[in-house]
Design a protein around this ligand. Structure first.
Ligand code: ATP
Ligand code: MG
Ligand code: FE
Length: 332
C-alpha cells in the first residue's frame, strides 16, 4: 500500500493506493478560495496553507482508507516540479512519516503522476501511448513507451495552456482559476466570433506557443473594450477554440507520426469540455484511439502521486532515503 502526498502548487492532497492502481482514499484540499482574491497562486500563501492542511489531509486519507500508518509500505511524495516552498512542505512530512513508520520514501515527478493517473481507470490503455499533458504549468507531449520510459516529443516554448486560459480570464476580470470560468461561459458563445492565433500550427513541430494568443486577446480588449454579455461568451468560446484546436491537432498528429495508436489526455486543462470533445473527434478521423479520463483524474490529486510512486519504487527509486530533496524544475 502506498501513501501519496502532493503539495507542489495549490492543492494539498493525500491518498492511499493499493497494488499501484486502486485508490482506497483520495483527499484533496484546494486553496482556490485563498488565492482567488489575488488573481493567481501566491507562492508564500501556498506554502503556509500546505503547512496548515497537510496533516489533517493525511489523517483523513488514512482514516477513509481504513488503515494506519504502519500498514503503509511506501510513502510517495511529489518532489518536483513545482513551487519550492510548497514542495518542501509535502517533502518534509513525507520523510517524517516514512521515518516514523520505518518505511521507504520515494520522490515522484508531478508530471509522471499526471501521465499515470489513468491507471486508476479500468478502461484506460496500457503503454505504449501518447500522453498530452495540458496543465497550469505545462503543455507537453510524451511518448509513454513503458512505465518509467518517457520520451518528450514537444512542449510549449512560452506559456502553458492553463496559463493561457488563466491569463486571458484575468484580463476579462474573471475569477481564478480562469480555465473553468472560460469553459462555462464558452457554452453559450460562438467559437468562430473572433479568430485568435493558433501558435506554431502551420509548422511541422510538436512544440506549442500561446504567447501570441495572449497578446491578441489583450489587443482585442484594448481596441473594443471589455466584452460583456453575449460578446463575453463569444470571446471565451473563441479563446477556448483556439487552444483546443491547436492542442488536439498537434497531439493527434504527433501520435500518428510516432506510430502510437492511443492518445491519453492528462492534466487539469484536460478537464476542458471542448478539448475533450475535439480530441475524440480528431482521433476518430485519424484512427487514433483517444482516452478521456474522468475529470477527477485530470486535476491534481494524491492518488496519482501514489500510483507513480509505486512504479518509481518498483524500478528501484527511493535510494536517496531521507536525503531526498525537492527539485522545483525537475524535467521528466
Ligand atoms: P502543473 O501540473 O503543470 O504543475 P498545476 O498542477 O497547477 O500545474 P493542474 O492542477 O493540473 O495544474 O491544472 C490546473 C489548471 O487547469 C488551471 O490553469 C485551470 O485553469 C485549468 N483548468 C481546470 N479546469 C479547466 C477547464 N474546464 N477548462 C480549461 N482549463 C481548466
Ligand atoms: Mg492546482
Ligand atoms: Fe498538476
Amino acid at each position: 500500500m502506498v501513501l501519496g502526498l502532493e503539495t507542489s502548487c495549490d492543492e494539498t492532497a493525500a491518498a492511499v493506493v493499493r497494488d499501484g492502481r486502486e485508490a482506497l482514499s483520495d483527499v484533496v484540499s484546494t486553496q482556490i478560495e485563498i488565492h482567488r482574491r489575488w488573481g493567481g497562486v501566491v507562492p508564500e500563501l501556498a506554502s503556509r496553507n500546505h503547512v496548515l492542511q497537510v496533516m489533517p489531509v493525511v489523517d483523513e486519507a488514512l482514516e477513509r482508507a481504513g488503515v494506519r500508518l504502519r500498514d503503509i509500505d511506501v510513502v510517495a511524495v511529489t518532489s518536483g516540479p513545482g513551487l519550492i516552498g510548497a514542495l518542501l512542505v509535502g517533502l518534509q512530512v513525507g520523510k517524517s512519516l516514512a521515518y516514523a513508520a520505518g518505511k521507504p520514501v520515494v520522490g515522484v515527478n508531478h508530471l509522471e503522476g499526471h501521465l499515470l493517473a489513468i491507471r486508476m481507470d479500468e478502461q484506460a490503455p496500457e503503454p505504449p501511448f501518447l500522453g498530452l499533458i495540458v496543465s497550469g504549468g505545462h503543455t507537453s507531449l510524451y511518448a509513454v513507451e513503458d512505465y518509467g520510459r518517457y520520451r518528450l516529443l514537444g512542449a510549449t516554448l512560452d506559456d502553458a495552456a492553463g496559463e493561457a486560459f488563466d491569463k486571458v480570464a484575468r484580463l476579462l476580470g474573471l475569477p481564478y482559476p480562469g480555465g473553468v470560468e472560460i469553459d462555462r461561459l464558452a457554452r453559450t458563445g460562438d467559437p468562430k466570433a473572433i479568430r485568435f492565433p493558433r501558435g506554431l500550427n502551420k509548422r511541422k513541430t510538436n512544440d506549442f506557443s500561446f504567447s501570441g494568443l495572449k497578446t491578441a486577446a489583450l489587443y482585442h480588449v484594448q481596441q473594443h473594450g471589455l466584452p460583456q454579455g453575449q460578446a463575453l461568451a463569444d470571446f471565451c468560446a473563441s479563446v477556448q477554440e483556439a487552444i483546443a484546436d491547436v492542442v488536439t491537432r498537434k497531439a493527434v498528429a504527433a501520435a500518428k507520426e510516432a506510430g502510437l495508436p492511443r492518445l491519453v489526455l492528462c492534466g487539469g486543462v484536460a478537464a476542458n469540455s471542448r478539448i475533450r470533445e475535439l480530441a475524440v473527434e480528431r482521433g476518430a478521423a485519424s484512427g487514433i484511439h483517444v482516452h478521456v479520463p474522468p475529470k477527477r483524474l485530470c486535476t491534481d490529486n494524491g492518488a496519482m502521486i501514489a500510483v507513480a510512486g509505486y512504479e518509481t519504487f518498483r524500478r528501484g527509486g527511493g535510494a536517496e532515503g531521507l536525503a531526498l530533496n525537492a527539485n522545483p524544475s525537475w524535467r521528466l
